[in-house]
Design a protein around this ligand. Structure first.
Ligand SMILES: [Mg+2]
Length: 268
């Protein structure tokens, strides 16, 4: 049987506390040996994903900034993607809104609410918030479609959500930040679209998704099996879905063990 894996990164394949994925490396090697695609579906930017892909030697398509865009390496599995624009060696499908429009909407809210986005922060500030070195902060700030932000006064949260709800934008919650984005995008729509692209190119597969946060729900809803990774303290985001399985350990360790249970050993 063919499999197609979609995975969130922070708090899922990467441990929440140290961003490491070592406990999943043996499983990743096995998936590669079985030629099973591992598609990253993340709120991270393209710059961040490209570095992580290089570190893990994973060169499958990926989905950035909470479903804003799908990047498929040119020539990937001989897929016929000539209808999609070619940019920097990828066929690109965009569902998101340009970053300048996202920023403009955040900025018009700022006189009324205490919100700050990455675009308001220095590299130093972002590095401290995400607990990573400066060069990593730079990659995280290379936004193309979405803006991570913090709400300094939690009592403003409902009003912010209401205001965004009445606009052409939407807001979702990842592990560390809220994310402002175009309303036509979410992880689910992007994953659904990419499953279709695989299928249209002769790769029909059972699909699995893995995630740990609310912004993973739309992705969970469009794959055959969904795996919810627990937080560091062992608790789970309150999500109930008929296809949902709960991993027993947080981060990379839970990722590998749960995937092993779902897709089993190689049949050939
Ligand atoms: Mg996450």
């Amino acid at each position: 049987m063919n499999w197609l894996i979609f995975t969130d990164l922070d708090g899922t394949l990467l441990n929440h506390d140290n961003y490491k994925s070592d406990a999943a490396h043996a499983m990743i090697d096995e998936l590669k040996a079985r030629d099973i695609p591992i598609v990253f579906v993340t709120s991270k930017t393209r710059a961040e994903v490209e570095k992580l892909q290089a570190e893990l030697a994973i060169f499958d398509p990926f989905i950035v900034e909470n479903g804003a865009a799908i990047f498929i390496p040119e020539g990937y599995r001989d897929f016929d993607l000539n209808a999609l624009p070619l940019r920097d060696g990828y066929r690109v499908l965009e569902l998101g809104t340009p970053y300048a429009e996202i920023r403009a909407f955040l900025e018009q809210m700022q006189p009324r609410y205490s919100v700050r986005g990455f675009g308001d922060m220095s590299e130093h500030e972002v590095a401290a918030l995400i607990d990573l070195p400066h060069h990593r902060a730079r990659d995280a700030m290379a936004r193309e479609y979405t803006e991570p932000f913090v709400i300094h006064d939690a009592t403003h949260e409902p009003a912010i959500h209401a205001e965004v709800g009445g606009s052409t934008f939407s807001v979702t919650r990842g592990g560390r930040f809220h994310h402002l984005m175009g309303e036509a995008q979410d992880k689910g729509r992007a994953v659904e679209t990419l499953i279709e692209i695989f299928r249209n190119n002769g790769y029909a597969a059972r699909t699995v998704s893995l995630g740990d946060s609310r912004n993973d729900i739309p992705m969970f809803e469009v794959t055959d099996v969904a795996i919810l990774i627990p937080k560091l303290d062992g608790s789970y985001e309150p999500i109930e879905l008929p296809n949902l399985i709960k991993a027993r350990a947080p981060g990379a360790r839970g990722w590998a063990a749960a995937l092993r249970e779902v897709i089993g050993e190689s049949e050939d």
